[in-house]
Ligand binder design. Structure first.
Ligand SMILES: Cc1cc2nc3c(=O)[nH]c(=O)nc-3n(C[C@H](O)[C@H](O)[C@H](O)COP(=O)(O)OP(=O)(O)OC[C@H]3O[C@@H](n4cnc5c(N)ncnc54)[C@H](O)[C@@H]3O)c2cc1C
Ligand code: SF4
Ligand code: SF4
Length: 438
């Protein structure tokens, strides 16, 4: 199996998650651009060199692989009823709750807890900014990273965006920030930010808290285009906004647009199940099939949907599943609850397994996928210390094993993975606003 030896090799090997860390750590060398078929990818800026920045970028690149986070001193997987560390990472506490601010709860994906925690960090002075993503101000089909400084900015970015996003492309700004920030991202984004903080004292000092959303996979912007076609947006219209989640739980998908004649329209809404299940999830980038961490193990707090709760009720207000993963996260959440930013009640330590059995299964079968790639001599991420072999042997049937290995090989052929992913070349793919930040 080939291990990528450069950022270009990560991209060529279909391993890039699109986190943006390479552009954030070596901004003179890389810029993130949207490749409609795959996701946001680093574009090498021709004629520029930064060997130290590039080396650092490769060291933290989550696409190339990660080292598992060690269990806490008192390993919970030792407890009979505790969640296994190999399956769920560090789990200090689990809560279910929602933002107390009604608008945050309504606009948030599940219960608006991520936005409420970030707003509390600003209000309490724990942070002076929040590094996260929002819909691009220049092109509604894309996302852009931002550092929000007040509640209104946070609210406008609430809700999951099932499209490529690179919150780590602001790591350089975080390092130079005059006040600490809360960093919000998908698990791979948080992995990269945590890894950069280990290596760079300024980044470590300036990240007050990390919050990860759970993530089953990030669709490409061609997924967004397919969604817009289903919603009935004319091909020549200018899309002005896309809502993937929020406005109730789990929320519906809809868009607004302006026609070529200048008329403003809103589309019909489709359910989350239809939008994600029938359209977007088919456009997930290949790297997501090889992801070991869908649940934000490297964050202080990770947040997802309590899918085990009934959804047919007339009360559409949502709730979030909140997993405390570090002492810093524990103290912060307690303070946020005490200050009235979030209302939450404690849940059992096994609640992730009840709420997200599909995400556990992805990790159980991952070793088989890596074997499939190994047999074909294709690039695969390196996971040191994740105990993926143990999970594969103990949690999957013989049939699962066979289907996973052969299925991965079949998909690799179908996707022609031996042909490297096209490198981003200036002007060849969709542009975004990374280069023209306000
Ligand atoms: C691609 C994707 C896949 C997901 N898969 C799952 C899943 O399998 N299971 C599950 O339980 N939950 C999943 N989620 C997370 C879930 O949708 C909610 O985000 C989570 O429950 C938090 O809800 P909230 O109301 O507390 O957050 P909110 O208050 O709505 O805040 C959401 C925050 O996430 C940030 N954000 C939104 N989209 C992205 C993105 N694409 N990349 C980085 N940051 C982003 C926003 O900037 C905002 O700060 C997924 C989200 C995304 C974007
Ligand atoms: S995974 Fe992140 S750091 Fe690695 S190449 Fe992709 S954008 Fe860069
Ligand atoms: S599935 Fe994993 S690799 Fe893919 S976007 Fe989500 S966290 Fe990143």
């Amino acid at each position: 199996m080939t291990q990528p030896s450069s950022i270009d090799a990560v991209v060529r090997g279909h391993l890039c998650t699109g986190c943006g860390a390479c552009a954030g750590l070596a901004p003179r060398l890389f810029r993130m651009e949207d490749n409609p078929e795959t996701g946001r990818r680093p574009m090498r800026i021709v004629g520029s060199e930064d060997p130290a920045g590039e080396q650092m970028a490769l060291a933290v690149c989550p696409g190339a692989g990660t080292e598992a986070k060690p269990p806490p001193a008192a390993d919970l997987s030792a407890g009979v009823d505790g969640p296994s560390h190999n399956e769920w990472g560090n789990v200090l506490e689990i809560w279910e709750g929602h933002a107390n601010n009604a608008e945050m709860r309504w606009r948030g994906s599940s219960g608006g807890v991520v936005t409420a925690l970030a707003a509390y960090a600003l209000a309490s002075g724990a942070a002076g900014g929040v590094a996260h993503i929002r819909q691009s101000t220049s092109n509604a089909l894309l996302n852009e990273s931002t550092i929000s400084r007040n509640e209104q900015q946070l609210l406008s970015a609430a809700g999951s965006r099932y499209a490529p996003a690179s919150p780590c492309d602001r790591l350089n700004e975080i390092a130079e920030s005059s006040s600490p920030v809360v960093f919000i991202g998908k698990p791979c984004d948080v992995q990269a930010a945590a890894s950069a903080a280990k290596r760079d004292a300024a980044i470590k000092r300036n990240i007050a808290l990390t919050i990860s959303i759970f993530c089953a996979g990030a669709p490409s912007s061609n997924g967004t285009r397919a969604l817009l076609a289903t919603l009935g947006v004319p091909p020549d219209a200018k899309v002005t906004s896309i809502r993937y989640r929020g406005e109730g739980w789990p929320g519906e998908m809809a868009a607004t647009y302006v026609t070529a004649k200048g008329e403003e329209h809103s589309t019909r809404s489709i359910s989350y199940e239809e939008g994600w299940g029938d359209i977007l999830q088919k456009h997930r980038q290949w790297r997501c099939q090889l992801c070991a961490d869908h649940i934000g193990e490297f964050a202080d707090i990770s947040v997802g949907d309590p899918w085990d709760k009934p959804r047919a009720s007339s009360d559409k207000r949502g709730a979030s599943l909140i997993v405390v993963r570090s002492e810093r996260g524990r103290a912060f959440l307690r303070n946020a609850i005490a200050a009235g930013a979030v209302t939450a009640s404690s849940r059992s330590l096994t609640s992730q397994a009840e709420a997200q059995p599909n995400l556990a299964r992805s990790r159980h079968i991952l070793f088989g996928r890596l074997i499939g790639l190994r047999i074909l001599g294709l690039a695969a991420p390196r996971y040191r210390g994740w105990k993926l072999t143990n999970l594969w042997f103990s949690k999957t049937t013989f049939k699962d094993k066979l289907v996973t290995v052969l299925g991965t090989m079949r998909r690799a052929f179908r996707r022609k993975l031996w042909q490297g992913e096209a490198q981003a070349v200036k002007g060849s793919i969709g542009t975004d606003s990374t280069a023209a930040r306000p």
